[in-house]
Design a binder for this molecule. Structure first.
Ligand code: FES
Length: 334
């Protein structure tokens, strides 16, 4: 298993474009909660790794996903992150109208009824699947089902149960998404800035279960309790259950040196523990962000070279870097 990456995937804008295509356009990405799309016409929109996307529920209850890109001149079909549309998706620029299954229905000033084949002017589709109340999308029409990506990740562990309340926070961090992900996953936290504040969310001592697409604590491990449970889903999503509060953390790249950390805390209404869990998590995020921004600058300065593999073995981070190697054509640059 590789345990180092060369520096250019962390600092190079062209490499980021390769990652958008090779990783984020081909992996299942967390998109939101199924509960937010309960009625026909309800939609959610999000930009993932630079791809503007929308998911809408039709009158039969089926979910449809598309690039949020009109086939006329590329305008947006919806402009809010969440909302409801009336029977059709209507482009915000010149009002071309599309059915919820993506067909072009009407275009103002153009007679589509006669001698006009518009079958090739439907919206660009994406895949949508849900699991345990969570929505995922995949831009690759040939991708394996979501269930394959999740492997034997227990559905029961993450049931929403009565966690109907939520808090949402977003943190911009000036670093490459991989620096944040590696720091997030690292069990190598001895001393330094992290020693005290991560103790409440410590993952390093847990036994780790590893599959191609998922890292998780071992349910049979001594450190795993109903109070504390975690999983990381390739490439950029973690679930942490901490004292009854479920934290979903998505590490969203917004550029080669910019990342957005999206947190959703799901909890029971009136749960008094949510504030403490959130403060603990936000403390960890703040410290991670501080370190990752410094690391990004040092990587970009061009002096640092990665330490030899094996010097400081770190199973979760090694798993992550190995997945990066498999996804990108990094070739002999190690
Ligand atoms: S860009 Fe959508 S109708 Fe013109």
């Amino acid at each position: 298993m590789a345990s180092v990456l060369p520096l250019h995937p962390y600092v190079d804008a062209e490499r980021y474009q390769e990652e958008r295509r090779a990783i984020f356009a081909r992996s299942w990405q967390f998109f939101g909660l199924s509960a937010d799309l309960s009625r026909p016409g309800d939609y959610l929109a999000e930009t993932l790794a630079g791809f503007p996307l929308v998911v809408v529920r039709d009158a039969q209850g089926t979910l449809h996903g598309f690039h949020n890109v009109c086939r006329h001149r590329g305008g947006p079909l919806v402009s809010e992150a969440k909302g409801r549309c009336d029977k059709e998706l209507v482009c915000r620029v010149h009002d071309w109208r599309f059915s919820f299954d993506g067909r072009l229905l009407a275009a103002p000033g153009i007679d589509l009824g006669r001698d006009m084949d518009v079958s090739g002017l439907g919206l660009y589709p994406i895949r949508v699947e849900s699991w345990a109340g969570f929505l995922f999308v995949n831009l690759d029409k040939d991708a394996a089902p979501l269930a394959d990506a999740l492997g034997d990740l227990s559905r029961d562990s993450w049931t929403l149960a009565d966690r109907t309340a939520r808090l949402r926070h977003s943190h911009p961090v000036a670093c490459n998404w991989k620096i944040y992900a590696e720091n997030h996953l690292s069990g190598y936290r001895i001393g330094g800035e992290f020693s005290t504040k991560t103790s409440s969310l410590d993952r390093g001592a847990s036994q780790i279960k590893m599959s191609d697409g998922v890292l998780s604590d071992d349910a049979s491990g001594s450190k795993t309790t109903e109070e504390h449970h975690w999983a990381y889903i390739w490439p950029n999503l973690s679930f942490t259950l901490y004292r009854g509060v479920l934290l979903i953390e998505a590490i969203r790249p917004t550029g080669h040196e910019r990342t957005e950390i999206d947190h959703i805390f799901l909890h029971a209404p009136e749960d008094p523990t949510v504030d403490a869990a959130m403060v603990a998590s936000e403390d960890v995020t703040h410290d991670n962000a501080w370190a990752c921004e410094k690391i990004q600058k040092n990587f970009a300065a061009g002096v640092f070279q990665p330490a030899p593999p094996g010097l400081a073995p770190d199973l979760p981070s090694d798993w992550f870097r190995d997945r990066i190697h498999k996804s990108l054509s990094l070739g002999q640059s190690l």
